[in-house]
Design a protein around this ligand. Structure first.
Ligand code: SF4
Length: 239
């Protein structure tokens, strides 16, 4: 398993929510964070009997079946970039294939990859979505078990590479959703790019582990409230 094979947790032949347009989404197994609010905790372990070792050719054959309906391919996780050489080989193969080269190639990531990984992937990647769990480092450690240092760096690196499609915020009631925190997050992200696109994701208890199952879910009205705060702090691009 390196450049030609990946441990795959799952795939969706058609998705509207994993990047622009309609997309084939591949979920790779294994993550280096351990988020309390993870909606797919079964994808965290680096090895899983439920995951399948697939070759680039096997994944391409699945993608080909979706091509009449999709505009692109997204690799997600787990943390996709832990298997970055596989992503490079898959995206390179898509770009080199006359029947697939019209598809855009995106990565959905927790932002923990280092600069050399993003630079390696840049020539074959059209965009990336980065999750910023919370700007405050202490809270980030508590919510994910990891520092957000590389996440913040990834947002800057991808902006410089013109590859940042959007930053995703998963807002958790009374944990990372105060007006003050949202204003600070907006200020921080707008300083990197005044036109940065932010997506607010709703926290739902579906799929999460026991501790987070007790947390309050976020309503559609609260999402509108969060977006209002971000907008009033200067964010123009909101999803
Ligand atoms: S980064 Fe994503 S996949 Fe990894 S633990 Fe957090 S929510 Fe789950």
């Amino acid at each position: 398993m390196k450049a030609h094979h990946a441990l795959v947790a799952d795939f969706i032949p058609f998705s509207w929510v994993d990047g622009p347009g309609n997309r084939f989404v591949l979920f790779l197994q294994g993550c280096n964070f351990n988020c309390l609010a993870c909606h797919n905790p079964q994808t965290i372990a680096l090895q899983s009997q439920r995951a399948e070792l697939l070759s680039v050719e096997e994944v391409l054959s699945k993608i080909r079946k979706s091509t009449p309906y999709i505009t692109g391919v997204t690799v997600s996780g787990g943390e996709a970039t832990l298997q970055s050489e596989f992503i490079y080989t898959l995206f390179r193969a898509i770009k080199d294939d006359p029947e697939l080269c019209h598809l855009t190639t995106f990565i959905d990531s927790n932002g923990s990859a280092k600069q050399d990984t993003w630079e390696r992937l840049a020539p074959v990647t059209d965009g990336a979505m980065i999750d910023l769990k919370v700007l405050d480092e202490t809270k980030h450690l508590a919510l994910t078990g990891s520092s957000n240092g590389e996440v913040v760096k990834s947002i800057r690196i991808l902006t410089d590479l013109s590859l940042l499609y959007e930053v995703r915020l998963l807002l958790l009631p009374r944990q990372n959703d105060s007006e003050l925190e949202l204003a600070a997050t907006a200020e921080f992200l707008l300083a990197i790019d005044p036109n940065i696109r932010i997506k607010v994701n709703r926290f739902m208890t579906h799929g999460v582990r026991a501790q987070a199952r007790k947390w309050t879910e976020v309503s559609e009205e609260e999402v509108l409230g969060y977006k209002g705060i971000l907008r009033s702090n200067g964010v123009k691009e909101l999803a």
